[in-house]
Design a protein around this ligand. Structure first.
Ligand code: G
Ligand code: G
Ligand code: MN
Ligand code: NA
Length: 254
């Protein structure tokens, strides 16, 4: 409760910030994108990860204004990088269930794209299966409208929630992110990579790209590359880092 009260003022006190974790193209080995990840620079507790405060923010309804700040900040940051002459990268933002269910998320995304003048295809929205499965009629409608704006849509933590293959086809997203638990299963001899390989094949058969998250070892990377995974994200390539540090990595071979 204390944390919740402090969180109320955190936005105004400018204590929230975004870190960026590189996404690396399997084909070129270069950094071509990032996932924006929220942090709270708490005055006493130090730098807090979202696991420590996002659940409280959701319960208090604060995730809606915070999520709006995240979206706007990530888009403004990308605008700065483009204006500074850096090569275009795709930046992914996580949406929470509440933003997706209760907010005019389509209107917000449209407004922020207009404000920043970004090419919509440089913005990716990460949504979890659980969020999408709550109300499939609503989901189909909202995803269709977001898709029409030109932004990219990704299903995050794929394989950990439950979604039927029929809905996966109906929702028509651009990207599947293989949950890191399946990447973590991949051992040096390739054993236990079955689910990761199956998710890649499934995604490709639906015309979707695949991002593997939580890639920590070269063995995992090599296994995923052999199975034609499109993008890698994980500590092997880079931890979540400040915007300034990430800018230095854009386009580099990771
Ligand atoms: O960085 P960390 O491992 O603590 O992230 C934990 C979770 O927080 C991840 O599942 C991630 O999707 C989520 N998360 C990170 N940034 C944001 C954000 O800006 N908004 C929401 N809703 N969730 C986020
Ligand atoms: O759920 P989501 O995918 O949005 O969460 C991303 C989170 O995963 C980030 O908080 C990030 O810190 C964490 N993460 C990113 N790469 C790795 C990795 O290689 N290993 C582990 N264990 N966690 C990772
Ligand atoms: Mn994510
Ligand atoms: Na994830």
């Amino acid at each position: 409760l204390l944390l919740e009260n402090q969180l109320r003022g955190a936005l105004d006190r400018r204590e929230l910030l975004l870190y960026y974790q590189p996404k690396v193209s399997a084909a070129s080995g270069r950094v071509t994108g990032a996932e924006a990840l929220l942090r709270w620079q708490h005055p006493e507790l130090g730098l807090l990860s979202p696991g420590r405060f996002v659940p409280a923010a959701e319960e208090a309804g604060l995730i809606v204004p915070i999520g709006e700040w995240v979206l706007r900040t990530a888009c403004r940051q990308l605008r700065e990088w483009l204006d500074g002459g850096l090569e275009p990268v795709c930046v992914a933002v996580n949406l929470s269930a509440q933003q997706f269910a209760h907010q005019d998320i389509v209107g917000l995304v449209q407004k922020v794209l207009e404000e920043t003048g970004l090419p919509p295809a440089l913005l990716e929205l990460e949504l979890t299966e659980t969020m999408l499965m709550r109300d499939v009629e609503h989901t189909t409608e909202v995803l269709g409208k977001l898709r029409a704006l030109g932004v990219r849509l990704a299903i995050d933590d794929f394989g950990t929630g439950y979604s039927s293959l029929a809905y996966l086809k109906r929702f028509d997203v651009h990207v599947l992110k293989i949950d890191r638990s399946f990447v973590n299963d991949i051992r040096s001899d390739g054993a236990d990579g079955t689910i990761a390989a199956a998710v890649i094949a499934l995604a490709h058969s639906l015309g979707q790209e695949v991002v593997a998250e939580g890639v920590e070892t070269e063995c995992q990377r090599d296994f995923l590359a052999r199975h034609r995974c499109d993008l890698f994200q994980g500590y092997l390539f880079g931890r979540p880092m400040t915007a300034e540090d990430f800018a230095g990595q854009i386009g580099a071979v990771a």
